[in-house]
Ligand binder design. Structure first.
Ligand SMILES: [Fe+2]
Ligand SMILES: [Fe+2]
Length: 326
């Protein structure tokens, strides 16, 4: 009787135990969200706000690329005007150079230690993360570790590209940073589905995309691409979101997207940050990723092995850098 009152049902004297328990289970168990069709997904996606930082990063990137070391005084000035950026910068430099006898406390000093490359990366990352954080406040998820996954993938994508090609323009960093944007969009647009997907993913027995397809009806890769297309973001970002699990299918920028796939897998195999996909990735799976053939179609096995080994050093340093950044 007490149990029936809890559920708000009137106990039926004629009900047998089995029927009563079954009714109770239906009432007390939260109902799983319904799988949606593409039309419903797209109309819900239309409500997801645009991220101003994604629109501005291309512009900021170009401006920053035009600057060089001589202008570090002006750069310091710009950074100093932004308290959030200043504190992130100081945190980063003090965690990367943790052995310094006196902690770095001035922006100029930090710029001197970190160099332009890291400053550029930090400048890009800060507004994006802050935008993302606004969107994801409501959903329980290890977001801090997820930002580390996103930034870590960005940093490592860059390392993969530079290990195999001298030509880079930092666009690969952006591709790595936004590759999993679909998860953020999913958390905002479909919070109940996202929570259920996360619950199932935590069991670590099935791949995240498979669960997403089953529970929501779309994977984060496609959802992210639809979102970026809707907001008219560059082709590279759209392709990176859509094909980061299968770079061989990308029609443009396939080498950069291959680097994103490899970086993503390496981070997951080393358990750096948290992508939300809890299915373990082995080192052998990283080495067998389809992206290697896209990235290095004409390189022999010995050269590949040397290049792959050079990535280990970057991987080792990464956790420390990420601690300072996020
Ligand atoms: Fe992904
Ligand atoms: Fe990822």
């Amino acid at each position: 009787m007490i149990r029936a009152q809890v559920s708000g049902l009137v106990a039926d004297e004629d009900m047998n135990c089995f029927e009563r328990d079954f009714t109770m289970m239906q009432v007390l168990t939260p109902r799983s969200p319904t799988r949606l069709d593409l039309k419903k997904i797209e109309s819900q996606l239309a409500l997801c706000p645009s991220l101003p930082s994604l629109n501005s990063i291309n512009k900021a990137l170009q401006e920053l690329l035009a600057m060089d070391q001589r202008y570090s005084a002006q750069i310091s000035e710009v950074i100093r005007r932004d308290p959030s950026l200043t504190s992130r910068l100081l945190r980063l430099v003090n965690s990367v150079y943790y052995g310094l006898s006196t902690p770095v406390s001035s922006v100029e000093e930090a710029v001197f230690y970190l160099g332009m490359r890291q400053i550029r990366q930090l400048t890009m990352v800060t507004p994006i993360i802050e935008d993302f954080q606004r969107l994801t406040q409501q959903c329980p998820f290890p977001w801090r570790e997820f930002w580390q996954h996103s930034i870590g993938t960005a940093i490592l994508t860059r390392e993969v590209v530079t290990a195999f090609s001298a030509l880079t323009d930092e666009s690969e960093y952006v591709a790595g940073l936004v590759h999993d944007v679909g998860k953020i969009v999913m958390a905002w647009s479909f919070p109940d589905h996202f929570t259920e997907i996360h619950r199932q993913a935590c069991e670590g027995v099935r791949d995240l995309s498979e669960i997403e397809n089953e529970v929501l009806g779309i994977e984060h890769s496609e959802l992210g691409a639809l979102y970026l297309e809707r907001h008219r973001l560059p082709e590279l970002m759209v392709q990176a979101a859509r094909f980061h699990h299968c770079p061989e299918r990308a029609s443009h920028h396939s080498a950069i997207i291959a680097a994103v796939q490899i970086a993503d897998l390496l981070l997951r195999s080393e358990q750096i940050g948290c992508s939300g996909n809890f299915l373990p990735v082995t080192r052998a799976q990283c080495l067998a990723a389809s992206g290697w053939a896209v990235l290095l179609p004409n390189v022999n096995d010995a050269e590949q092995a040397i290049a792959k080994a050079s990535l280990h050093h970057s991987l080792e340093r990464l956790p420390q850098v990420l601690e300072g950044l996020v």
